[in-house]
Design a protein around this ligand. Structure first.
Ligand code: AMP
Ligand code: MN
Ligand code: MN
Ligand code: MN
Length: 269
């Protein structure tokens, strides 16, 4: 079976509209799909008819021990007041953070970045990819990857720390919306093994139920490592492409066999 519980539409930093994304999922024979945009449920505003089983979802940025950690909320009630309030707070944080990033990038030769970005935005998401695009457009960087490497990635001038709501608050909002909280791309945070285990323990204690065992194309060692942790901590296993746009590293849809020996998160949907 082909499934995907982590991907982005143009309601956040993805390229395709929710409708186009679902069309592509149909072409790729995806049977279950969750569009998990950054800090927004806007993809679910429009009713789209499809044979695919759609599961509502969102990817929320959080802070755990001063480290930025992403949590995917799956099968959430998209009308939940508590979740919508949390998302509203996150959107405000995003905007404040964008103001800080914009100011900091002045030092790198980029003036009025935020104002320029706002003029061309069609959605409410403002994130580092927008600044990366502008750095390329203004000729400061050659491509978005370089923009992240030099200015926006971890530890660089445009990396603003400790902005997001705390992990506890985010998990609680997902639970209040009857959703399942899944820790997204656990190896992306580059934590030592012992720190990662502490994160998993805290995540579990706070009510987190799932672990993203597969995120996009990833080597077997990583999948084996995460599968072991998933079993040990008794999490449900989730898999997702983290698709933003088509390229050689990203394809929408994942083979569910990758997590054959684990309890899939979708068994309850
Ligand atoms: P933000 O939501 O503002 O924290 O931006 C994070 C987003 O930037 C991620 O969801 C990715 O889509 C994108 N991103 C992260 N690292 C890179 C990179 N090295 N090159 C291009 N895009 C990236
Ligand atoms: Mn993204
Ligand atoms: Mn993420
Ligand atoms: Mn993502």
């Amino acid at each position: 079976m082909i499934v995907d519980f982590h991907c982005h539409s143009d309601c956040s930093d993805g390229l395709l509209s929710p409708k186009q994304l679902i069309k592509l999922a149909e072409q790729n024979k995806v049977q279950m799909l969750s569009i998990t945009d950054h800090d927004t449920l806007d993809a679910y505003k429009q009713k789209i008819s499809t044979p695919i089983k759609l599961i509502s979802g969102v990817e929320l940025s959080t802070t755990w021990n001063k480290i930025g950690v992403h949590v995917v909320g799956l099968n959430v009630d998209t009308k939940s007041e508590s979740l919508l309030k949390t998302i509203c707070a996150q959107k405000k944080i995003r905007l404040k953070r964008a103001e800080i990033i914009s100011k900091r990038l002045e030092k790198c030769g980029l003036t009025n970045a935020l104002e320029t970005i706002k003029k061309t935005k069609k959605n409410h998401y403002i994130g580092r990819p927008d600044f990366a695009k502008l750095l390329v457009k203004e000729g400061v960087c050659t491509d978005p990857n370089q923009a992240f490497r030099k200015y926006l990635g971890a530890g660089k001038i445009g990396d603003v720390k400790n902005q997001w709501l705390e992990l506890a608050e985010i998990i609680s909002a997902i639970k209040q919306a009857q959703g399942i909280a899944v820790l997204a791309h656990p190896l992306y945070y580059k934590l030592t093994n012992s720190k990662l285990r502490r994160l998993l323990l805290d995540f579990k204690k706070l009510g987190g139920e799932g672990l993203e065992v597969v995120n996009g194309y990833q080597n077997k060692d990583k999948t084996d490592h995460l599968s072991k942790l998933c079993k040990e901590f008794n999490f449900k296993a989730s898999i997702g492409s983290d698709f933003h746009c088509h390229n050689q590293w990203k394809k929408l849809g994942c083979d569910s066999q990758l997590i054959d020996s684990l309890q899939p998160v979708w068994s309850t949907f």
